[in-house]
Write a new protein. Structure first.
Length: 121
């Protein structure tokens, strides 16, 4: 994903004119490149800082895709010339907060499936 995204971006930026379809291709390739780049980083973070329940492959992919979408939104806002540091920071905090809520939900769902322990006498 990383090679395809960054390679596609290099080809798109060097060999196309900025019309509507290459612009949509730009956003798709940015999501692909950002996701591919963030996947090993997300895997490393989830292996280094283990959580309960441990992160599965779906969690790693979800985090990576959110990073890719975040970069595409930043580029979209930058093209419109409305991107500044507070907007980028609030978007990042919003994504981190959404990920936190999803982790809390996963923890609650996995703890419901644990059978109760018998009382110790």
């Amino acid at each position: 994903m990383m090679v395809g995204g960054w390679g596609g971006l290099a080809l798109l930026l060097n060999f196309s004119v900025p019309t509507i379809w290459p612009r949509w291709g730009l956003f798709a390739l940015i999501v692909l490149a950002g996701t591919g780049t963030a996947t090993p980083i997300s895997y490393w973070f989830n292996q280094t800082f283990r959580t309960k329940p441990p992160a599965d492959s779906g969690t790693i992919v979800r985090e990576s895709v959110s990073v890719g979408v975040y970069f595409a939104v930043l580029v979209w806002l930058s093209i419109g010339r409305i991107l500044n540091f507070p907007i980028a920071a609030w978007l990042a905090l919003g994504l981190v907060f959404i990920e936190y809520l999803m982790r809390v939900r996963e923890t609650a769902q996995k703890s419901e499936n644990v059978p109760p322990q018998p009382p110790v006498s």
